[in-house]
Design a protein around this ligand. Structure first.
Ligand code: GLN
Length: 542
């Protein structure tokens, strides 16, 4: 029977609860257990798809087309288990389910309440769709004490009682700050956080304490005493230099052993962590360096490009180099020359994005990359920019643009109103709701024989994840291909251009999908590996 690990957070947000959950998942997996990880977000949006990247960071898309929290990206990168729609829940989705049930008359005249109706929907969601899993790790978003989080905490409290003995364990992540003036680590915030948790009926089994320096034994004992946990269950989580070291250090301090102990499991196989030690070694001892510029819009908040930054690191791991990233706000190229910022760069990446602001700068970056033979990787919106660039400057189509920005004389990028998903026709219109109506999730793509991307993937058919409303307009294919912009990846029905690449350029590729979502440290994505390789070649030229 599946065992449940509930992970809550206290004291402060941004302590790395998602990463801690992912690392614990990886450790249990390294001991031979099957794991799934889930995220429960207390906000009222139905999903993060409609939120600004500045509010929420990246939107992580699953194969089955759900727009989810970026923590699901950590889970997938650390465990390799593909996330599904059922792995991401928000209060918005929970409440809309309750209201739908009420409208259908399912509650048979009863008064609909947070307990039990909302908590029942949460409990059902926790327990759904995890056949064959040994450990289900459920992370509750937000911080203990948030009003929105209460129904979720109540639901996990109830569920732990519904389950057989020793089938639920509570892990609470807190912060143990170092107060310089006192020269001491302070345990009081942790004490308060646990007090709050206990006041709603949850006694944590394990405390994971984030701190910037080692926690002395005396502080551990104090936390244990005041928080009513065993002192071995107070796990220090000291800052590390690379996130891929987290599973290794958590194991060293006994985190996974304590978790198994809390379930009453003794004598579990020791974990095989060679995969992680190998990655850490490659990250720490690279053979060289390359510099990649990411020219985007949300460069003020790096969480907006979480998977992208990780995938570039993986591209470095694949080539044994360190990838140094320079984040450039594309608007700067509207007043300054691109060459001033890009002349020492080995590769340029224009990531996904929405809306017209900053596009002139992205197009200027594509022009620079094309003319100077600098590797260029355009992802989704970055592909649109590359196609507009080539259409305007090589094909000579004045006014080539995307209808995302209004009517265009030459709509080389436009809204697709109908497309095939397998045998199903999916439709969208310009006036549709914004939430959940993009082309979302995994779609197959056929690669042209002899193409750069065909060689990089070493496959003829691939599957990648999408999240966009606009597509390259196939009616311009002949004109673009005549100038060397080859449509080297197409949807299996031949109607949707998925990849373009520029002949005669060392590496100029645009993809309609988001390859960064599939990259893993132990399985770097072929396009990121190939892009970084091209950047290395470029760096050796000068
Ligand atoms: N804004 C573009 C579209 O909706 C690109 C989206 C993206 O880059 N993910 O098609």
């Amino acid at each position: 029977m599946t065992r449940y690990i509930f992970i809550t957070g206290g004291v402060s947000s941004s302590l790395g609860k998602g990463l801690a959950s992912a690392a614990l998942g990886a450790l249990l997996q390294a001991r031979g257990y099957r794991v799934r990880l889930r995220k429960f977000d207390p906000y009222l949006n139905v999903d993060p798809g409609t939120m600004s990247p500045y509010q929420h960071g990246e939107v992580y898309v699953t194969d089955d087309g759900a727009e989810t929290d970026l923590d699901l990206g950590h889970y997938e990168r650390f465990t390799g288990v593909p996330a599904r729609r059922s792995d991401s829940q928000t209060a918005g989705r929970v409440y809309s389910e309750v209201i739908q049930r009420e409208r259908r008359g399912d509650y048979l005249g009863g008064t609909v309440q947070v307990i039990p109706h909302v908590t029942d929907v949460i409990k059902d969601a926790i327990q759904a769709d995890h056949a064959g899993v040994d450990f289900l790790l459920c992370e509750i978003g937000g911080t203990v004490g948030d009003i929105e989080g209460l129904p979720f905490l109540e639901a996990i409290r109830q569920l732990a009682n519904d389950l057989p003995r020793q089938h639920a364990v509570f892990v609470h992540l807190t912060l143990v700050p170092f107060v310089k003036a006192a020269g001491e680590l302070k345990t009081k915030p942790t004490q308060h956080s646990v007090k709050e948790l206990r006041s709603i009926g949850i006694q944590p089994d394990i405390l994971l304490c984030r701190c910037e320096r080692p926690i002395p034994e005396s502080a551990r004992r104090k936390i244990a005493l005041f928080c009513n946990v065993r002192s071995e269950a107070v796990i220090p989580a000291v800052d590390v230099d690379t996130i891929y070291q987290v599973p290794v250090v958590y194991h060293e301090v006994g985190f996974d052993t304590e978790v198994l102990g809390a379930f009453g499991i003794a004598g579990a196989p020791t974990p095989d962590l060679s995969r992680w030690t190998d990655i850490v070694r490659r990250v720490r001892e690279p053979d060289g360096e390359v510099s990649i510029a990411v020219v985007g819009k949300y460069t003020g908040l790096l969480d907006a490009y979480k998977s992208l930054a990780e995938a570039l690191t993986h591209g470095g791991i694949a080539n044994d180099v360190k990838v140094n990233l320079t984040w450039i706000d594309s608007e700067i190229f509207e007043s300054e020359d691109a060459a001033d910022h890009l002349h020492e760069i080995d590769g340029i990446l224009v990531p996904g994005g929405f809306g017209e602001r900053g596009t002139a700068g992205k197009i200027a970056a594509a022009t620079f990359a094309r003319e100077r033979a600098v590797p260029y990787f355009g992802i989704c919106f970055g592909m649109h920019m590359a196609v507009i660039e080539v259409a305007r400057n090589l094909v000579g189509l004045d006014g080539a643009s995307s209808t995302e920005f209004g009517p265009a004389r030459h709509p080389v990028v436009g809204l697709m109103t109908e497309w095939l998903r397998g045998n199903q026709v999916e439709r969208r219109g310009a006036g549709d709701n914004l939430g959940g109506t993009m082309r979302l999730g995994a779609y197959d793509c056929d690669l042209a024989p002899g193409s750069l991307v065909g060689a990089a993937y070493g496959a003829a058919r691939i599957s990648e994840r999408h999240r966009h409303r606009y597509e390259i307009n196939i009616n311009y294919r002949d004109q673009l291909e005549a100038q060397g912009l080859r449509f080297s990846g197409m949807s299996p029905d031949g109607l949707l251009p998925e990849i373009v690449e520029l002949d005669g350029h060392p590496w100029f590729v645009g993809v309609q999908f988001h390859p960064e979502l599939r990259s893993k440290p132990f399985a770097p994505h072929p396009l990121f590996a190939s892009f970084v390789k091209a950047a290395i070649a470029k760096s050796r030229l000068v």
